[in-house]
Design a protein. Structure first.
Length: 254
């Protein structure tokens, strides 16, 4: 079995694959400092709760945008699983040709998403990942990573409201009943929700306009991607496990 591990700025997401089938996932918080023993024991205990053993894991692949986590995480995997994890980094086989001027600056998460989107849904395709930051990336029909747009994530943008304005409360990010808000909470929800839909739709349409490409599909992923994708016609597919599937596909190419 394969452990696919996506280390993001907010969460570490782990997927357990039996060949090409994703059989389970779980998350842990990235911001908590952990030792190699804590990582190894946590992963081992999670397997034990599902009547599996450490020796059931044959391989591990990791994509990370948080360098400070990597030493303890990889050390824990080596110590407890006796496996040298594959790290998604420049030079790894992906099947994607990164054509931006400095390919090494492309985040591992964006590369993995591009691989999954292209392999699973074909190109040209726009990949929208609603994470701590929201990214809109264009992959061409030949599998080339062409360009990308980065903006603050939904939670990051929302938190700026209540941390930057003393009288504004922390809110749940949800679709309000109406944009014609009559109280503080619903007005904030309307601004965040409809503002973000507007941003998403404009960026997607602008990418399509400037690229001059026809029949571009749009796939979304990330925590709040479902909420946004359900309320716009500019997103064709929502795939919550896109990044984990990309890690599996990259592993299979090695």
């Amino acid at each position: 079995m394969l452990f696919a591990i996506d280390v993001g700025n907010t969460n570490i997401t782990v997927g357990l694959f039996d060949k090409d089938k994703l059989i389970n996932t779980f998350r842990m918080t990235t911001g908590i400092a952990r030792t190699s023993d804590e990582y190894g024991m946590f992963l081992g205990d999670w397997l034990s709760l599902r009547n599996m053993k450490l020796t059931d894991i044959d391989a591990v692949i990791i994509a990370s945008v948080v360098p400070n986590v990597m030493h303890s995480l990889t050390s824990g995997i080596i110590k407890y699983f006796h496996i040298q994890p594959i790290i998604v980094a420049p030079g790894i086989k992906t099947g994607i040709n990164v054509t931006i001027p400095n390919p090494k600056t492309l985040g591992a998460d964006r590369l993995v998403d591009a691989v999954a989107a292209y392999e699973l849904y074909g190109g040209p395709i726009i990949v929208v990942d609603f994470g701590t930051a929201t990214t809109h990336d264009l992959v061409l029909a030949d599998g080339s990573f062409h360009s990308g747009v980065t903006s603050p994530g939904i939670r990051l943008a929302a938190s700026a409201l209540w941390t930057g304005a003393a009288k504004l409360p922390e809110i749940e990010i949800r679709r309000p009943d109406t944009v014609l808000a009559k109280d503080t909470v619903s007005s904030m929800q309307a601004g965040v929700f409809y503002g973000y839909i507007g941003q998403t739709e404009y960026i997607v349409r602008k990418i399509k306009e400037e690229s001059k490409l026809e029949n571009i599909k749009v796939v979304a992923t990330g925590g709040l991607g479902k909420l946004i994708s359900e309320n716009t016609n500019d997103i064709d597919i929502y795939d919550p496990n896109l990044t984990l599937q990309g890690l599996r596909l990259i592993y299979e190419k090695q």
